[in-house]
Structure formats: C-alpha cells, structure tokens
Design a protein around this ligand. Structure first.
Ligand code: ADP
Ligand code: MG
Length: 407
C-alpha cells in the first residue's frame, strides 16, 4: 500500500503540528509517547484514567472511555495516525478511528489478537510454512464440544477466548471432571482447551512491518515466566539454538505478511521438549503492539521497538536495528515495593543504580500492588557473562525470581 509519510515536525493540512495518537495510556503507551516526542511529533493518548502513565507525559490526553464517540472523534481530529498499546480496544472503536485516520495495526489484525480461536486459525494458516504449529487444542463454546474433548488433550489448560492476560482467564485441568467444573467457573464463555505441553523454554519475536510490506525486527528473545507473568528476558548471542531462532523469526514474518500487518508485532512461542536437542517450536499467541519482552531494545539496541512503532505508523523507513550490547531485562512488579508481610518498603535504588549497565525504567504508577507492572530494569554489559553476573546482583538486591532458568 502506498502511504504518504507523516514527517516529524511538519504541519498538517489542518495547520497543526504532526501528531501521533495511541489508544491506551499504560506503560507501553508511555514509552511510545517518549519515542514519538523524541523524534519531534506531538502526541495524543486516549485513556479514561486521568493518572495513566502515558496520559501524564503526552501533549494531549483524552480521558474518556474507549467506546465514547466524542472522545474517539477528538482523537481523530488531533492525530495524523493512530496506534494501540493494548489489544482489547473495542473493535467498533478501531473501525471508527480507521474510517478517518491511518490505523496501525489495523482493526482486523487487532480483532484476531483479541480472540484465541481466531488467532489459532490464523497461526495454522500462516506459521505452518515454517513448520510451526499451535499446541493441540479444542474449541469449547457448547456443552457438546465440552463432552467431545479428546482424552489426549488432558491434562490441559482451559483459556478464555477473550480478555486473558498475564495468566488470567486460565485454569489448569487434569481430567474431564475438572474441565467441566473449570468451564462452569468461567461462566461457560467461549474457551480453548490446550494440551499442557512440557516446556523447555519460551521465546518471542518482535518484527515491524510497514505500509509497503517492508519488514524488519529483532533477534528472538528468551523469556522466563513466573506465575504466568513475564519475569526475565534474555537477549544475547546463544540465548536460543540458532536454527530454532531462525524458524521463529520466519514464522513471525509469515504471520505478519499473511494479514498484511502494519505496525509492531510480537509473537510468543513455546520450545517444547520432544526429545530432540533443540526442542520443537510451538506458536502460542501474538500481541499487535510492542511487548514487555522487547523493553531491552530501549537500552541495548540503536533502534527500539517503540521507535519502530513510530516509524511504521508514520510511514517512515524501517532501518534494521542493531543490538550493541547483550542484555537481560528484569520485570519490576509491585511485589518489589512490598515486604514479606505485605507492608510497603523502599527498594534499594542506591545499590541497584550503582551497578554497571543498570537502566531503570519506572512507569509513574504511584500505587504498588502485587503483580502490578511498575517498571523494569535492563542490564547491559560487554559480554554475556558480564550481563548475567550483574543481573544476578540486581535480582539479589530486589529479591527478583526467574534468573535460575538462564543457567
Ligand atoms: P497470557 O495471555 O496470560 O500471556 P499465555 O497463553 O501466554 O497467556 O499463557 C501464560 C503462560 O502459561 C505461558 O507463558 C506459559 O508459561 C504457560 N502456558 C500457557 N499455555 C501452555 C501450554 N499449553 N502448555 C504449557 N504451558 C503453558
Ligand atoms: Mg502470553
């Protein structure tokens, strides 16, 4: 598709400075705003929360619900192009915005990512070219489908088709009785049952695809989840077997190309223990936006995932990012601000910030709650051994889990 670039610092037809907008004002929106502003764009955020992390740092903050038409109209009027920082924006809102302004990613791509059933159908049609499959699964929307579940899918994980994140909306089930009880507890909403797979590892790939179909991206990241939430991302040479990493990247590009995706896309994979040295690659889910596992790119690459988000939506060139330092990202959840008894405590920033190659990012959230994403810490170093050593020190200072999985 041909697209007239929206250059930073330019004045648009309405006589206003070139402005980029984002649906959602969380930390991803905040880091998008930072990247857009650094280039010289004005920014607008739509998020009902008056204290949202991105709203606080944007030129414009429209504090209305995601489906409120006057708010959407105002965003359209202010912006030359619009993106999203989370997948659960109402589809009708994305369509309304797309009718007036370039949207990247488009409403159809976001709709696929909103629904695990559609997502799996899309993966089956697109990732197969790289020999990558989904976990064996069954769709459960009716009592008949529940009855008909094949025994090979158990033990499994029942996941709601919509609105799951960070392990929420998921129940692990051992047998048919537990499955029926779990579906009842999930109020019989549409679900998928996935076979519980023996994971060797988890990884993700972030690519950016432009209006003209050009594609660029980062090397696959190795991810460690604790209690269903990303805890650690390792991004350095040798983090994954090279052949497997290449296949993950190929599959991700195919997933993006198949739907003419425009924007930054993250695809999550499982590395399943199948008895081979590398393991088998299974595609799990996609995020139509920058991703927590790509936060290291802010400090370890010359172009970050947020820079690429800005470039794609504005129709700017997509340079190949260069990673200049090995990196480990440690997620900082609210638990870091709470002691064992749940009482508030102050993390030892004095010691953490004295570590070489420590890059602290806090999202401006004032209230720490267990499991709430408050920030992240990226450690960079001259080589893998150095970055691992400094990450271990940081994790010890902040009592952070998950690093053992890198050994
Ligand atoms: P979310 O939307 O919450 O990120 P995911 O489907 O990515 O949901 O699941 C969260 C985590 O649960 C995964 O990162 C993985 O650690 C684990 N998990 C999910 N599905 C499976 C599976 N089929 N087999 C084994 N572990 C799984
Ligand atoms: Mg996930």
């Amino acid at each position: 598709m041909s697209f007239t670039p929206i250059f930073p610092g330019s004045i648009n037809a309405a006589g206003r400075p070139a402005t980029l907008g984002v649906m959602g004002g969380g930390q991803l929106g905040r880091m998008f705003v930072h990247a857009a502003q650094r280039l010289g764009y004005f920014t607008a955020v739509l998020d009902p929360d008056k204290a949202s992390p991105a709203g606080r740092v944007s030129h414009h903050h429209i504090a209305t619900d995601y489906g409120f038409k006057p708010g959407l109209r105002q965003l359209s009027l202010l912006c030359d192009a619009i993106t999203t920082e989370f997948e659960n924006v109402p589809a009708g809102s994305l369509l309304a915005l797309a009718a007036n302004r370039p949207m990247a990613p488009g409403a159809a791509a976001v709709a696929i990512a909103q629904n695990r059933i559609e997502e799996k159908a899309h993966f089956t049609a697109s990732a197969g070219v790289a020999g990558v499959t989904c976990a064996p699964y069954a769709v459960i929307e009716t009592a008949e489908q529940l009855e008909a579940v094949a025994a090979e899918l158990l033990p499994g994980i029942l996941k709601t088709a919509r609105l799951g994140y960070d392990g929420k909306g998921q129940v692990r089930v051992k047998d048919a009785a537990e499955l029926a009880a779990a579906w009842a507890r999930l109020k019989q909403v549409p679900c998928v049952l996935e076979k519980l797979l023996p994971l060797k590892a988890e990884c993700s790939v972030i690519v950016a695809r432009g209006w003209d179909g050009a594609i660029t991206g980062f090397a696959p990241q190795f991810n460690v989840h604790v209690d269903g939430i990303l805890a650690v991302t390792a991004a350095y040479e040798g983090n994954l077997p090279p052949a497997l990493a290449r296949r993950a990247r190929t599959a991700t590009e195919s997933i993006a190309n198949h739907i003419g995706y425009v924007g930054v896309l993250c695809v999550e994979f499982f590395v399943v223990d199948d008895g081979t040295a590398d393991g088998a690659l299974v595609v799990n889910e996609m995020a139509p936006r920058p991703h927590n596992s790509g936060h290291y790119t802010l400090d370890a690459c010359d172009v970050s995932q947020f820079d690429l988000q800005v470039h794609t939506m504005a129709g700017l060139p997509l340079p190949q990012p260069r990673q200049h330092s090995p990196a480990i990202m440690l997620n900082l959840l609210g638990d870091v601000w709470l002691d064992a008894a749940g009482q508030p405590r102050a993390p030892d920033w004095q010691a953490v910030l004295a570590l070489p190659g420590a890059h602290l990012h806090l999202y401006g959230k004032l209230e720490a709650r267990p499991g709430r994403k408050m920030g992240h810490l990226t450690l960079t170093g001259a080589d893998t051994a150095a970055v691992k050593a400094v990450a271990r020190q940081a994790a010890a200072l902040l009592s952070l889990p998950g690093l053992d999985a890198l050994e």
